[in-house]
Design a protein around this ligand. Structure first.
Ligand SMILES: O=C(O)[C@@H](O)C(=O)CO
Ligand SMILES: [Mg+2]
Length: 252
């Protein structure tokens, strides 16, 4: 089976103005892109870029940090429940206009049992409010990249997902974070495969392009193929040079 690739335009082609990154990604063969926080730009403008370049937007993050003071989410913050619901409604409208299939819900900085329960409750609410066809994802982020971030471990993500128990909420696997957190990105993929709905790839420890660090990409792509994974695989890393020259992983 052929794998489906996407380019993360928040990371790739950093030297280009935002809307020109769609053009560069199309020229490199990407029919799908993801943008972590597109909310600075009117949905219409992004829609125009997608149509002009024959692309679809497969993932955005929530909530919009430019709109909510820069925080990397607050889905696990007990005092922010009202704001979470308000912001998620805005995210749902944005996702609907752009027909986005995945929204990564960010937990923010938090710790403890109350934070975990808040995250579970917020996700239960969001899963029942999400528009048809939209899947919400949780992505464990490593403590070097996101100090104090609540969801910093795959086992914790699995625990939360089991408690939420909703078909439209799943795991976002990122090889860079998996390697940083657990030391073996391939083992993490194997262990949590049944929960994975979306994949991002980058190497560790510097978050460079695949094959510039410690992640075993031969092993990872072998497992992805063996699993007959039918979702998206998005390049989310900081290229050390022209982005076009960092795309060897697509040939796998
Ligand atoms: O891996 C990451 O850092 C991203 O996927 C993300 O969503 C953090 O903003
Ligand atoms: Mg990621």
């Amino acid at each position: 089976m052929s794998l489906k690739f996407a380019a993360n335009l928040s990371h790739l082609w950093p030297e280009l103005p935002f809307l020109e990154r769609f053009v560069a990604a199309a020229a490199a063969g990407f029919e799908a892109v993801e943008v972590l926080f597109p909310y600075d730009i009117a949905a219409k403008e992004i829609q125009r870029a997608l149509i002009a370049n024959g692309q679809r937007l497969v993932l955005i993050n929530a909530p919009p940090p430019n709109y909510t003071g820069g925080a990397r989410g607050f889905a696990a913050q007990p005092e922010m429940v009202e704001r979470f619901q308000y912001d998620m409604k805005r995210v749902f409208r944005y996702a609907e206009v752009l027909k986005v299939p995945f929204v990564h819900v960010m937990t923010g900085v938090a710790e403890g049992d109350a934070a975990k329960q808040t995250l579970i409750d917020n996700l239960k609410w969001a899963s029942s409010e999400a528009p048809e066809g939209l899947t919400l994802t949780l992505e464990p982020l490593n403590a070097v990249a996101q100090p104090g971030y609540f969801l910093n471990d795959y086992a914790l993500a699995a625990e939360v997902l089991a408690a939420v128990d909703a078909p439209n909420v799943g795991l976002q696997y990122d090889s860079y974070h998996a390697q940083m957190i657990h030391g073996d990105a391939v083992a993490v993929f194997d262990q949590y495969l049944p929960l994975i709905r979306h994949i991002q790839i980058g190497d560790s420890p510097d978050r460079g392009a695949p094959e510039t660090g410690e992640v075993d990409f031969d092993g990872l792509f072998e497992r992805i193929r063996a699993a007959e994974y039918a979702g998206w695989i998005s390049g989310e890393y900081s290229p050390n040079g022209p982005s076009e020259e960092s795309l060897g992983w697509m040939l796998r």
